[in-house]
Design a protein around this ligand. Structure first.
Ligand code: HEC
Length: 469
């Protein structure tokens, strides 16, 4: 039961009505549920280096189940992967990039991202419940310690509180820009939020009111974790900012305890080991830094990715392995004990980062504007969009096995030089309103011509030797 984007933006504008929207859909449970209970080995036990391969786009977030060690990944390819060992199960339902994923317990997962929706997945029964109400992308999720409440952080500047038993969500307002991350105190009475507006705020749950600003930074705050071992609530908050600072603030006094600034902005990923002894950060330059939280000294600082940033970090359940995601479609899992002794991530330049001078204008247009979501080969892999192999002459929405929006599946468009030109002259939002394709216009007619010339060769079975359709 897919709700079209047009319909959703309509109800999105009727605030209050949208807040009540809650759709439940049952999908066929797969053999994975059986697998889940017979094989609870986590990719991490034994602390060996390994990679998790299967996503068709960069990996934006990683969550490890605290109960059974399963790994969940959120990707730009619109899907969530759940990994039992190195075997993935794919959760499909988001209509845009998935930015954040979180285990609720051993069998339930919540995910969210650029389509503004949360989806609650039950791995055992195969049900997915869509939680709608945010009006901009969701970049943070947290589950209360008693597992009664999911909190969501959104660029609509609000924090959503969603009772797991069903019922109406509550939205907390007070930030003046997007909220990136949230975290519950250990006793579940307080909520912490980190925002693009540069503040860390404390909220009292139950009353659902803002209590105070814990810290204010000149630049936006991207990531945050709570740590320390004071009974009931956390003793410190660590945050990472757009200007490259990792800062530790005492929660009793709001005093800034430590600053780590390695001139590598921005900090994009942060994870605390399960025993709280290690804090890991990932940054825009591809470095991973591991900080010892007893001595507050840097234990390791190494270039983990040759290309691009580190977007996702998570420790395994036993704390022995650090999982990382970045510009590649692959999760790297390193034994924490000798992190820097393995080959780094992203040694090959993804197409969209290749040097412009190495490409014709048409290929450059494709590399920059399309390649992250579209393949050109018969077996397109798991990407957000369908493969464009043999797209000329194809009726829109007809590639078998790809989950098109109803809009595209029901459309009469035949893809040709003219229709693809029109698609990017008008932008998909005008040319086929309601499709899952992101808003994008290519205003230069020469750029569109060059792109189409490139596509005509690169998508053609005969010229590429791609074989039969
Ligand atoms: C962020 C991801 C993304 C980017 C970037 C993107 N697309 Fe798409 N594209 C999609 C999705 C998702 C669909 C399927 C839309 C639907 O089902 O409504 C799609 C569908 C299409 C289709 C229709 C295919 C069919 O089988 O009917 C064409 C043609 C297309 N895209 C071309 C392009 C070109 C050319 C570019 C670059 C200029 C581009 N796209 C950039 C995600 C993307």
């Amino acid at each position: 039961m897919r709700v079209s984007r047009g319909f959703r933006s309509l109800i999105g504008s009727l605030k209050g009505v949208a807040d009540k929207w809650r759709v439940s859909v049952t999908v066929a449970p797969t053999a994975f549920a059986v697998l889940l209970f017979t094989c609870l080995s986590s990719p991490g036990s034994g602390a060996e280096f390994q990679t998790l391969k299967g996503h068709g786009g960069p990996v934006m977030d990683i969550s490890v189940s605290p109960t059974n060690g399963l790994v969940a990944t959120a990707s730009f390819d619109n899907s969530v992967g759940v990994w039992s060992g190195r075997t993935p199960r794919w959760l499909e339902g988001h209509e845009a990039a998935v930015k954040v994923v979180q285990f609720v317990d051993g069998t339930r997962i919540v995910s969210a991202g650029d389509d503004n929706d949360l989806i609650l997945w039950d791995l055992e029964t195969g049900t997915k419940t869509r939680l709608q109400g945010h009006t901009a992308k969701v970049t943070g999720l947290a589950v209360s310690p008693d597992r009664q409440l999911i909190a969501s952080a959104s660029w609509d500047t609000r924090i959503g509180l969603w009772p797991l038993s069903g019922g109406e969500p509550v939205f907390l307002e007070g930030h003046t820009a997007g909220v990136n991350k949230i975290a519950f105190s250990r006793d579940g009475k307080w909520l912490f939020s980190a925002s693009v507006d540069g503040s860390i705020k404390l909220w009292e749950l139950g009353e659902n009111v803002e209590k105070r600003v814990i810290d204010r930074n000149g630049f936006g705050i991207n990531v945050m974790v709570l740590g320390g071992d004071k009974a009931g609530s956390a003793a410190w908050v660590a945050y990472g900012s757009q200007d490259g600072v990792t800062r530790i603030v005492d929660l009793a006094t709001d005093e800034r305890l430590h600053d780590f600034a390695l001139e590598r902005r921005p900090i994009l990923a942060m994870a605390l080991s399960p025993d709280g002894s290690r804090l890991a950060t990932g940054d825009g330059h591809g470095f991973i830094t591991v900080i010892d939280t007893k001595s507050w000294s840097i234990e390791k600082d190494f270039k983990a990715a040759l290309k691009g940033p580190i977007w996702a970090l998570a420790f395994s359940k036993d704390g022995q392995v650090l999982h990382a995601g970045g510009i590649e479609n692959i999760v790297y899992s390193w034994p924490v004990a000798d992190l820097a002794s393995y080959d780094p991530m992203a040694q090959e330049t993804p197409q969209f980062l290749r040097k412009p001078e190495d490409m014709s204008n048409g290929e450059r247009q494709f590399a920059r504007k399309c390649s992250i979501c579209h393949a050109l080969t018969i077996d397109g892999g798991r990407k957000a969009g369908p493969t464009l192999y043999n797209v000329f002459g194809r009726k829109a929405g007809t590639l078998e096995g790809y989950p098109y929006s109803e809009t595209l599946a029901g459309s009469d468009i035949i893809w040709s030089e003219e229709t693809i030109d029109q698609l990017f002259l008008d932008g998909p939002d005008h040319f086929i309103p309601g499709s899952k394709m992101p808003m994008q216009r290519i205003t230069g007619s020469e750029d569109r011509d060059d792109l189409i010339d490139f596509l005509k060769t690169a998508t053609n079975a005969e010229t590429t030797g791609g074989g039969t359709q």
